[in-house]
Design a protein around this ligand. Structure first.
Ligand code: ZN
Length: 322
């Protein structure tokens, strides 16, 4: 299957926020790194709104995140790509997987899978899919349709690709112990995250994916889809997250660190950029700086390999109390 755009030698990065809530300081840090990496190499950047996870998408959040990015001074090239407008493109990719019998229709509910799976599992990964429906062929979907049964499409995991991450180094995971065969098309007839992301990154000619390291387990799944669709995968850099003093990912319980709130409280973008740049090791102290001034300071090597613990005094240093 041909991607819509063929890749040149130019670096193309992307910002891919989900409008499932307001963007916070942690999101801003990852976007800043993605932006600086692409722009410091003279590369382009695409903006993509990942809005297919419809129950969690919040009205107005897409407009707000565009405002947040503009406030920070992070720009992008070309039109904004909106996933919910690209369903037919994702469907073509599904058909390509179906033609190779790499996917099968799965009628299991969440509780079916939890009941059938005996092995303990990582909390965020869910139980390993026990393969209940793996004996089905693509053609079996016709009968299910006639019976009016809802089904998802699952990808057959036969191996786990190893990949080299710019920050995490060589990553060896075992998908057979982490969820097993995974859903590429949901039973509500919308694409799953993994498929949509791969289709969009390939279509946009993306050469470099910079995102939070909570997505590391997604990467080998996406690499399997690149293999299956015959596309060249981008390079990956998974950035350690911003966490609160309890070591947990930044959330409401850590106070209000939403960018819109900082803006409304009169914090300047330059102040926040200074805090983020300091947290990445590009500045010796927290001081206001413009995003353009960070271009010559950006270095991957300086970014700490551990999560950044956001303390109340960091926010006080930029004139904000959460
Ligand atoms: Zn099943």
């Amino acid at each position: 299957m041909q991607p819509e755009v063929s890749r040149g030698s130019r670096v193309v990065g992307r910002l891919a926020p989900s409008p499932t809530g307001a963007q916070h300081v942690g999101n801003a840090r990852t976007y800043l790194i993605a932006w600086l990496s692409a722009r410091s190499q003279g590369g382009e950047l695409r903006l993509r709104i990942e809005d297919i996870d419809s129950p969690r998408v919040k009205a107005g959040a897409a407009d707000l995140l565009v405002e947040d990015l503009r406030w920070l001074g992070l720009d992008w090239d070309g039109p904004i790509v909106v996933q919910s407008q690209r369903l037919s493109v994702y469907r073509q990719a599904l058909q390509h997987l179906q033609a190779q019998e790499l996917v099968y229709p799965c009628t299991c509910s969440r509780s079916d899978i939890a009941l059938a799976a005996s092995a303990p599992h990582a909390e965020h990964e869910g139980p390993v899919y026990p393969g209940t429906c793996a004996g089905r062929q693509v053609a079996d979907a016709k009968l299910l349709q006639q019976q009016g049964r809802a089904y998802a499409w699952r990808f057959r995991v036969r191996h786990t690709p190893v990949f080299t991450d710019r920050l995490a180094g060589e990553v060896h995971l075992d998908l057979r112990r982490m969820g097993g065969d995974f859903v590429v098309w949901k039973n509500n007839n919308t694409p799953a995250y993994q498929l949509a992301v791969v289709v969009d990154d390939a279509a946009g000619g993306i050469t470099e994916v910079v995102r939070g390291d909570d997505l590391i387990p997604s990467t080998p799944r996406q690499l399997l889809l690149y293999e299956a669709l015959g596309w060249v995968p981008p390079a990956f850099a998974h950035v350690p997250l911003v966490v609160g003093t309890d070591g947990r990912r930044l959330a409401k319980r850590h106070g209000d660190t939403r960018l819109v709130q900082l803006r409304q409280a009169g914090v300047h973008a330059e102040a926040l950029l200074g805090l983020l740049a300091w947290s990445c090791g590009w500045l010796d102290r927290i001081e206001p700086i413009r995003v353009q001034e960070l271009l010559p300071l950006f270095r991957w090597e300086a970014i700490p390999r551990q999560p950044f613990v956001l303390l109340p005094e960091h926010l006080q240093a930029i004139g904000y109390s959460a």
